[in-house]
Design a binder for this molecule. Sequence first.
Ligand SMILES: [Zn+2]
Length: 128
Amino acid sequence: MTSSSQNPKLRRFEERLHHQQRQLEHTMLTAAKEGRQAMAEDTLDVADQAVLSYQKELIFSQGTEGHSQLSKVRLALERLHEGTFGECMHCAKTIGDKRLEALPSTPYCIECQEKIESGQIDDVVRAA
Ligand SMILES: [Zn+2]
């Protein structure tokens, strides 16, 4: 049996991922609340409205970014339970420990991540 609770290294990743998940959920909740508040202000002069629309954009992008990060964290936790954590989702190679330490929620090895960033392959997680 190779359950994550028996592997101290995996258990540590699991704790970090749970922590990240809680933080992201909190950030997104706050962003959603601020967004609603900003939308409620409709009696402002032009300068205020410019600031406001910038803030709305910022809040929106935080929410979107938070959402895609959150799906990666959730996916990583699923993969931990399935026993596939630490395997690149694209080429199935083992992701280096250093990379996982720095970014426990990453589903890709460094080579595939670079290819995704340069548009050579699709990010299946983001597309999902
Ligand atoms: Zn890979």
